[in-house]
Design a protein around this ligand. Sequence first.
Ligand SMILES: [Zn+2]
Length: 388
Amino acid sequence: MSQNKKIGIVVDKDFAIKNFPPYPRPIFFSYENPYRIKFILDYLEKIKLWENNTVIKLSPKNVNESIIELAHTKYYIDTVKRLSSYGSGIIDDEIFITKDTYYLAKKAIGGAIEAVEKVIKKEVNQSIALIRPPGHHALREKGSGLCIFNNIANTILYLRKELNYKKKIVIVDIDDHFGDGIVQYFYSDPSVLYFSIHEFDFVENDMGFINELGEGEGLGKTINFPIPAGIIDNDFLVFMDILEPILKEYKPDLIIVAAGFDMYFADPVGNCYLTSISYFRFTEKILKIAEEVCEGKLAFILEGGYSLIGLPFCINAVIKALLNKEYEQPLFEKVEFLNESKMEKIIKIKSKLEDLLKNYWTVLKNNSKKKNKISFIQIQLILVHNSV
Ligand SMILES: [Zn+2]
């Protein structure tokens, strides 16, 4: 069985050469550049990945504008097209446009669709789409946070409309940032469960609160696990304690990972301290669950991640785990970080989130029966106290 296993990786050299930011470094815009993909592809060549018969190259599917219209307004699509034809422009204050932006963003959607379609048609077991620009912040009517089109939302809407695929889908978003674009597409849709772990500003507050749980029929199907800045490898996978039982209860047909790598310690945008070993361990776990609940149907779609040194290793870590191989992290990652674990705070967040979710998930209700009793007693005491 494992001899026949196939991992599909969507690659296209346009992602490694086109849509260069027209701004001098170092500013926020400049991090989303072709070197992100070039460095990954060079590294995969260097380690001779393509000689492995289990790994096959896939190309982005050709998509026409009507596919983009499933996820975005005509006006917004035309704006991106128009500015691209002029050769430059700025949308919002976080998106640069070059002559290649429309072309490449359209190709990125095609890359995400190819990766997911091949998995649901069982032509490959798992897949990775090495695409850019990223997509999870993009909204229906405008781009945001370096994202032009919402690659994952667009892919799901394509599956629903063009392939008549109606089965349950889970999106696990491990990017450092909250996928405020994706969440808005499926907030009331019970057939898409969105789970996000993201860095959260606990002082100013932020989007992606624990009590944003979806609405209507979608209640309980949006799950946010905010974490404090500065987490380390040992802190990262606590969220799986909630995600794993929920995946087993929900039983999706497909798991899509919004694979951002900007919690990496050397990332210039995120503020966390993960090394590539976290992405290896995460992939091992999510693969095992996928094999248990959905015949291993799992697709990784690249989102953020801007450390040119770290990205190739993070991608390799994911590939190694998908191939059921050992992973040896590079020596330069074996540093002692000065900051401490944020475990205490993360456990508190987990416990609060579990309390909120037990109303929607039987597995969590059973886990927290004891806790419920205590809080019931506490309520009684409060009532007695108040009535005195
Ligand atoms: Zn990000």
